[in-house]
Design a protein around this ligand. Structure first.
Ligand SMILES: [Mn+2]
Length: 328
């Protein structure tokens, strides 16, 4: 049975001792990141702190776009003058919060709360639980530790992050009943899993579904169908709004194909620049995190990404060669 490691005393005293706090998450935030930031902001306000929430964006994912208005991409000087405690959620490396915010917080006390293990040098205080399925679960443990009651509003934030990073319960393994008990606490506080599922998966435009069909149609199986490769074109970028380019749905559709170990999706955000998204299957032998890291990106064994300058043809060849080496 898994139990959460104790919250470091230094983290507790930083949270209790500050007068001002800034909460930051990673670029291109997902549901776990945004709702971790919102739950931490609520907690700090509850503790009587002045709180500022920031995120570099972009808020491309439709399920979180509503929250964009609550976040700023820069921290005002008046806030920095107060020497706030910086709480970074769902991200444990400096580059993942975006260069502008990373520069602004230099020299401040930084508490990192996360469940990714990369980027060991970032933050002055770290509470990182790699076994936790989401950052919101780590934060839920902080609420328990501080003895702060989880009301319905907080429970909604915590459940959304949990649901995002567990693929709505699908990624939870055996002997992890604690995760379900924590989810049950949130449901008892008033969360409707039924409504959250609709919020997470609904609200898509018909264009986004048509675009998904196009990407699937364009997918090439490689290495006897172990690897699926798709890409968007410059025309797609002009034709579809970024929020309507549904990469998550593409990954899960392609990973459901028998024998597929990894999906690679090439995106072209601007001329001369290629963004690569990787997803590995549950039992994949391909370490997509390693491939992304070699390209200057990041992530873990099953999900990773990188942005590389250069021509699509040469970057694509580099990626395919790296995968080939791992399959040999
Ligand atoms: Mn997360």
């Amino acid at each position: 049975m898994f139990t959460y490691p104790p919250v470091p005393k230094t983290a507790i005293s930083a949270l209790k001792g500050c007068t001002h706090a800034v909460v930051i998450g990673h670029v291109a935030p997902d549901g776990d990141c945004i709702h971790s930031e919102l739950a931490m902001a609520w907690l700090l306000e509850h503790l009587g702190k002045e709180v500022f929430v920031a995120n570099a964006g972009p808020f491309d994912r439709p399920e979180i776009s509503y929250w964009q208005a609550f976040f700023k991409d820069t921290i005002p000087q008046s806030v920095l003058d107060e020497k706030p405690l910086v709480v970074v959620t769902d991200c444990s490396s400096r580059d993942r919060i975006g260069e502008a915010l990373a520069t602004q917080i230099e020299g401040l006390e930084v508490l990192v709360i996360d469940h990714h293990s990369a980027g060991a040098s970032f933050g002055t205080i770290r509470y990182i639980v790699p076994q936790s399925y989401s950052t919101t679960l780590v934060i839920q443990h902080i609420f328990h530790t501080l003895g702060v009651e989880i009301n319905e509003q907080v429970a909604q934030h915590l459940f959304f992050g949990f649901a995002t990073d567990t693929g709505f319960f699908r990624f939870i393994g055996p002997h992890r009943g604690e995760t379900l008990r924590m989810a049950a606490e949130l449901v008892d506080a008033g969360v409707s899993p039924n409504d959250v599922y609709d919020d997470m998966t609904g609200g898509r435009s018909f264009d986004s579904i048509k675009y998904l069909a196009r990407l699937i149609d364009r997918t090439e199986p490689m290495f006897d169908g172990k690897i699926m490769v798709s890409h968007e074109t410059e025309e797609d970028v002009k034709e579809f709004d970024s929020a309507e380019r549904p990469s998550d749905a593409l990954y899960s559709a392609l990973l459901s194909v028998k024998g597929v170990q990894a999906v690679v999706f090439f995106k072209l955000p601007a001329p001369g620049k290629v963004e690569i998204g990787f997803r590995g299957s549950h039992d994949s032998s391909v370490d997509v995190g390693g491939i992304a890291a070699a390209l200057g990106g990041g992530g873990h064994k099953k999900a990773a990404g990188a942005t590389v300058e250069g021509s699509y043809e040469s970057i694509r060849k580099q990626v395919i060669d790296a995968i080939k080496k791992q399959l040999e």
